[in-house]
Write a new protein. Structure first.
Length: 159
């Protein structure tokens, strides 16, 4: 899979799962200047048509070891400069262990590698959480959980 194909996969995933909520997904959107003064182009801009909230996504896919490692710290820094919710969404097996550690520890990165069914799963969970927190769609996180029932609670006995 190439980088553009990965970005299209992520755009398809978002549209399939969140389009019915009013999420509009745009590809290759020009949005201001980068941290080095170049015109910035965002891979995906997701817009909630009801609240006008946005989520900017830079997609990074690395199937084999290569140069993507060097681009990750810059991508994280550049997205932080947007002043809007933004994430590096990543997938693939070709990232070095150091970059994987950096991405896994970053609050601005989300692993996502959906299969072609586009169904939510364990490998889409981080992106699903980013979407839920950005657009306040808490039911996407809570799913089938029920609120705590105080009437069922029993105080513990302390000895």
């Amino acid at each position: 899979m190439k980088g553009n194909e990965y970005a299209d996969l992520i755009a398809a995933y978002l549209t399939h799962n969140y389009g019915p909520r009013g999420l509009l997904v745009y590809r290759e959107v020009s949005l201001g200047k980068s941290i080095i003064g170049k015109n910035r182009r965002i891979d995906i801009l997701a817009l909630d048509s009801q609240s006008d909230r946005v989520l900017a996504i830079e997609c990074k896919y690395q199937a084999v070891t290569g140069t993507a490692d060097e681009k990750i710290p810059y991508a994280l820094d550049d997205l932080r400069a947007l002043h809007e919710p933004a994430f590096v969404v990543y997938g693939g097996e070709g990232f070095s262990q150091g970059v994987i550690h950096l991405l896994q520890g970053s609050p601005d990165a989300a692993y996502c590698l959906p299969d072609f069914s586009l169904a939510p799963s364990k490998v889409t969970l981080e992106l699903d959480h980013a979407v839920a927190t950005t657009f306040h769609w808490w039911d996407a996180v809570i799913k089938t959980k029920k609120p705590f029932d105080l009437s069922q609670w029993r105080a513990p006995q302390f000895d």
